[in-house]
Ligand binder design. Structure first.
Ligand SMILES: [Zn+2]
Ligand SMILES: [Zn+2]
Length: 137
């Protein structure tokens, strides 16, 4: 696979649809998961969001962004030009990059899903740890 190393030095890039807001993530993510909550549905306009969570100090972000919060704990950032959602912050030491914002498919596979109470019944997902609401430790 091009652009994907095997060591901790792997660098993966991504960004919004217009290319104004971009990121670079170094190394391997802490976890990869799906969220079916109503806010993820609404903000993406899709049935769920997929997140790739990195330590904050492994992610470099550049470009103009607009933040929006529905709860004090979470801020969601999108491109000021094209409006694409690109990443969330809900803990000081983590960045939640949207899986679909990466520049290549098949870099990551999710291992868990949250808010399955809101999951579409036609979705068939296999081998994921499921949480009816927020992820538990
Ligand atoms: Zn953009
Ligand atoms: Zn969600």
């Amino acid at each position: 696979m091009s652009g994907q190393g095997t060591g901790s030095g792997a660098v993966r890039t991504g960004g919004c649809a217009c290319g104004q807001l971009t990121f670079e993530a170094r190394g391997e993510p802490k976890r990869v998961g799906l969220c079916h909550c109503m806010t993820c549905r609404k903000i993406s306009g899709s049935a769920f969001n997929a997140y790739v969570i990195y330590p904050a100090d492994r992610v470099a972000i550049s470009g103009e962004r607009r933040g929006w919060s529905d709860t004090p704990a979470t801020e969601r950032f999108s491109c000021v030009v094209c409006g694409s959602p690109v990443f969330d912050r809900d803990a000081a030491d983590e960045v939640e990059l949207l899986l679909g914002a990466f520049d290549a498919p098949n870099l990551f596979a999710p291992t868990y899903e949250c808010w399955t109470r809101r999951r579409e019944t036609w979705l068939e997902l296999h081998d994921l740890r499921s949480f009816p609401e927020n992820r538990e430790a």
